[in-house]
Design a protein around this ligand. Structure first.
Ligand SMILES: [Ca+2]
Ligand SMILES: [Ca+2]
Length: 421
């Protein structure tokens, strides 16, 4: 089933985000999953924020203003962040700072880290922050790696480069859906606002010479992320061919019991009608959590690819607002990329808080994700402040309405039962 290819044949293709489809040209492509979107009116560089009023997309749901005196982000208060409360993301918020934020590594095309929603939400390498410029202060092999690394150009500057600078930044959007700053009076909030900090890993570029999704580059980024303490690895991208070495790296992180580099991999499942979900979602590893894209009609998105059985959770795909270019641009987007980042932020937000913060990855997955989140169709309501365990968020993809849209993502009933405590 798995396609083994020479590393040189793995390539990266994508088209403008402004088109309605992002095509994966061949089985060797790596794709970022955004199906189309638009900048929000008034959200231009130099313009503070964007109009906080009900958006056309959000009329699919009643855009009810949220009376939440503890949260001042205008899009949330205006009722535009349906996706936050659909997954009960606001229940992962707290007035108290988390004892230990969960570092979420965002594997993407870089990010504008000075965006108003990101600049205070970054994982920071303290040794480099307190070290000397031009020195590898922590001896990890990377000089001045403050908030991540650019593995395309081998640089500490994780900003989008080349042609990416003139487009919306996919990675900026994803990082904001993981952990946009909450209570900064502007824009959005995200399930991981309080509990997650984002590590920016640029693993793909936009220009001809940098668009290859090199497995060696991916392995270096995986090694960096886990060595530097990322506990959740977010992949809003997929590729349809792999190598033995890349498989081994993912197996060590996402499967081997007792691995010192164990982490949870949140993997996108595309909704473009592709015949298979691609990697890393295609791995059957225990610590892979797949984000199944859903709309706000409770259905799996049309065209969602078949995925292996396992920890498959439905997460919002359409009508999602995220950060774009700095300092204050925002966009309304749809696509399974969104589902992945939202799910990664939610897991981080929950994992960062007592009593879950002490759990190892496998304990967290078994006790919270599998034991609770994947066993309920319940969702939250905007403004709900029920204790998390009284309002279990998120829905098992198998429990969502799937009329003629079903991805093959459900466990066999008997296997599902056997896995339950
Ligand atoms: Ca360093
Ligand atoms: Ca905000």
């Amino acid at each position: 089933m798995r396609t083994k290819v020479d590393e040189s044949t793995i390539s990266f293709t994508r088209r403008s985000y402004n088109r309605h489809m992002v095509f994966c040209r061949s089985t060797a492509a790596l794709c970022l999953m955004i199906l189309g979107g638009a900048p929000l009116a008034g959200s231009a560089a130099g313009t503070p924020g964007f109009p906080c009023e009900p958006l056309p997309c959000s009329t699919l749901l009643p855009a009810t203003p949220v009376a939440d005196s503890q949260t001042n982000d205008c899009a949330y208060r205006a009722g535009n962040l349906w996706w936050v409360d659909y997954v009960a993301g606001s229940l992962a918020w707290s007035a108290a700072a988390p004892a230990k934020p969960v570092t979420v590594a965002v594997f993407d095309d870089g990010a504008w880290i000075e965006h108003e929603e990101l600049r205070h939400q970054l994982w920071t390498n303290e040794a480099e922050a307190h070290g000397k410029a031009g020195m590898d202060d922590d001896g990890n092999g990377y000089v001045d790696d403050l908030h991540g690394w650019d593995f395309v150009d081998d640089s500490p500057d994780v900003a989008p480069k080349g042609n990416c600078r003139n487009r919306i930044s996919h990675g900026t959007l994803m990082a904001s859906l993981v952990a946009a700053e909450r209570n900064n009076l502007v824009g959005i909030a995200a399930p991981g606002s309080d509990g997650a900090r984002v590590m920016i890993l640029r693993v793909v570029g936009c220009d001809a010479g940098a668009t290859r999704a090199d497995p060696v580059r991916l392995r270096r980024a995986l090694e960096y992320a886990t060595r530097m303490g990322a506990r959740i690895l977010s992949f809003s991208a997929h590729w349809n061919a792999t190598t033995p070495a890349l498989d081994a790296a993912f197996r060590e992180i996402a499967d081997r019991p007792g691995s010192p580099v164990a982490a949870i991999v949140v993997a996108s499942v595309p909704n473009k009608g592709e015949p298979a979900a691609g990697y890393p979602a295609a791995y059957g590893f225990r610590r892979i959590v797949r984000a199944i894209p859903i709309g706000n009609d409770d259905s799996i998105s049309p065209g969602t690819s078949p995925a292996p059985a396992g920890l498959n959770l439905g997460a919002p795909s359409a009508c999602v607002i995220g950060a774009s270019a700095p300092p204050a641009q925002y966009r309304l987007e749809q696509g399974s990329s969104n589902s992945t980042a939202i799910l990664a932020g939610l897991l981080a937000g929950i994992w960062s808080r007592p009593p879950y913060d002490k759990l190892a990855p496998d304990e967290f997955l078994a006790g919270v994700v599998e034991g609770r989140m994947a066993a309920t169709p319940r969702r939250s309501k905007p403004g709900s402040r029920a204790p998390y365990l009284n309002g279990v968020p998120l829905a098992d993809a198998c429990l969502l309405a799937t009329e003629n849209r079903s991805a093959s993502v459900c466990r066999q009933p008997e296997a599902h039962q056997e896995s339950r405590p």
